[in-house]
Design a protein around this ligand. Sequence first.
Ligand code: MN
Ligand code: MN
Length: 459
Amino acid sequence: MDELRSKLFYEPKNGYDRIDTQERLALEDYCRDYMAFLNDSRTERETVRNAIAAAEERGFRAYEPGMALTPGAKVYRVNRDKSLLLAVLGKKPLSEGVVIAGAHADCPRLDLKQLPLHESDGLGYFRTHYYGGIKKYQWLTIPLELHGTVALRDGSTVDVCVGREPGEPKFVITDLLPHLGAEQMKKPVSEAFTGEGLQLLIGSAPYAGEGKERVKLALLSILNDLYGITEEDFLSAELAAVPGFEVCELGLDRSMIGGYGQDDRVCAYASLRALLDVEAPERTCLCLLADKEETGSEGVTSMQSEFFDFFMEDLCAAQSVEPRRCFEKSLCLSADVSVAYDPLYPEAFEKRSTAQLNHGVGVLKYTGSRGKSATNDASAELVAELRRIFDAKGVVWQMAELGKVDRGGGGTIAKFMARRNIDTVDLGTPILSMHAPFETVSKLDSYMTYKAVLSVFQD
Ligand code: MN
Ligand code: MN
């Protein structure tokens, strides 16, 4: 019976029981690099900039139409500093299709409004409009940094970054003390904290002299000294408050990684790194880092923009291939985090169908919510192809689902890739506390996400 059981049953195994010492060391090396990348990449612009720097170091060049695209050529194209496409040309022509790993570089954050600065009872504030899905209370009483870009009337831009360098000040959103919080705590969490209430405390010392709004004046004077900007320049600025925690190892055993923005920079880094490490692939491989995924993939830098199609048209034109002939034979891994089973909240999950920490990269045949609405449901044949590749290459992986049926759900860029007649499947690192200012992943799962993407690139 035991023999029959082990033959017929499917039992997922912990990844640590499936890797050897050598792989354990490779995993630690990989995670060290990932943590450094994550620590320095707190906005989509910073992520794209750091990705380009890493790619150029490995021989990638900015693509110009007309460039010779011989096997092994490494090119990239950036879209308005916010999204990025990178490609390594394969030995086979583009008519054989390409292999794409697509992740997103934007993360939930608190964007400053276009007229953010005000003074209230001697304290200076920035008003915000949150970006992406957040639980508002999580953003109170934590260290926040200010990152972004101010575009000036003359066409020049000024990059702003306060709080990242050691010794620089940070910012905070205050909360009511528990002694006076009885009324607040009676309210449902969804009502106790408002979007307008998410205001950043940015200063308190008045400008010397007499008159109104001296704190605001002092703050503008500091900003003017630092960046040469005035209040009017906020009108054309993209500034965001992002969590100011250092990326770190978690747990006595250091088996996990804590940090801001791991949805989806853990998959963005895995996809990028796999592309940088791929050697002489058969088919052309692409890494794409999309923007605006957290707000529904709308807009010119999102996955619904034709930027991707135009880049592919250029590549295909160089080989006299019709793009649709390329797309219909292509494969896209929509690399985005999935939820990891959290024993503290068992009611949210159907355990057997949920990814578990340290059980490897998660594959989601479908996402969506309430009756698979808005999902890209990958075909059984496509999932079977991944089973073949992952098992042959020793990738630790598991099937995943985003929560109980009818409980909620989520989407990724997958459906927008599939719309292009590209076979697409969701795959990603299981994560705890998704969308919180400080998210948790396991080192093993992060490494296996990279290994999964590389194995498909190298297939
Ligand atoms: Mn995501
Ligand atoms: Mn997300």
